[in-house]
Design a protein around this ligand. Structure first.
Ligand code: HEM
Length: 230
């Protein structure tokens, strides 16, 4: 029998292996298990890139290259903003079919996603190299907000870190909406974790000092949002 010729593209992208990573037709609990499994795999691939960019942002900050660190964080943010529409692709599955898939899942849970958990662990570690960059210039986040013009590159980096924290929280919040659509929030999930635990998680901040500085700036300006009519 003639051997199937594999093109350079297939060889480089490893399409054959990639497309074998899903359950075959006969093995699926229902048609939409393919969607369920693939969207999770796609999310894991995004997480993998995010992790690489976080490591690079860390290295660039340590090398005092503020612009390149900012660029790496822009990439992180691009992926985190792109993930919610990817997650929405799971919503084509009916809640009924999801339960069929869920039974086939055993004790599997997205909570054990290695990519997600690595980002959760790595996120806060970027604070230290950023704080060192601030200290070198005798700045605090509040002072940086006040003196943008003199420290513009560092300001952009701070904004990108803030966006990273915000985007990660929004992404977790978005996942809660997905859970709401698929299984509801007033229920116990497979692992018996109530929805409130997910809500708490979505409020977790990587960089509390950056959020604090925004409040401090507002207080410093003496702004009053008194509801009295003008
Ligand atoms: C049918 C759609 C989905 C449902 C019903 C669902 C349900 C849940 C539930 C109930 C939890 C809480 C932990 C547990 O009890 O297992 C959870 C956590 C999680 N799931 Fe999903 N999930 C869905 C899709 C996804 C997708 C596509 C991903 C992509 C990898 C994912 C990743 C995660 C992550 C990372 C957590 C931890 C979230 C956090 O701590 O904020 N989930 N999921």
């Amino acid at each position: 029998m003639e051997e199937k010729k594999i093109s350079d593209y297939e060889q480089y992208i490893r399409t054959e292996e990639l497309l074998k990573l899903q359950k075959e037709d006969g093995e699926r609990s229902c048609e939409d298990e393919l969607t369920f499994q693939m969207i999770h795999q796609i999310a894991e691939l995004h997480f993998k890139l995010v992790i690489q960019y976080i490591h690079l942002a860390d290295a660039k900050m340590k090398a005092k290259d503020v612009m390149q660190a900012t660029q790496q964080l822009q990439r992180v943010n691009m992926h985190l903003k792109h993930l919610p529409p990817v997650f929405d692709m799971v919503k084509v599955i009916s809640p009924r079919d999801y339960h069929t898939i869920r039974l086939a899942l055993g004790r599997g849970s997205g909570q054990d996603s290695p990519g997600f958990n690595t980002i959760l662990k790595l996120g806060p570690t970027l604070w230290q190299p950023f704080e060192e960059l601030l200290t070198e210039k005798n700045l605090t986040p509040l002072e940086l907000h006040k003196n943008i013009a003199d420290n513009y590159e560092l300001y952009l980096l701070m904004q990108e870190l803030t966006a990273f924290d915000e985007n990660f929280q929004s992404f977790r919040q978005h996942h809660i909406q997905l859970v709401r659509r698929m299984i509801g929030l007033n229920t116990k999930s497979l692992k018996g974790i109530p929805a409130q635990a997910l809500e708490r998680g979505a409020k977790f901040e990587f960089y509390p000092k950056l959020w604090e500085a925004i409040c401090q700036l507002t207080d410093w300006t003496g702004s009053s949002y008194n509801p009295k009519p003008l």
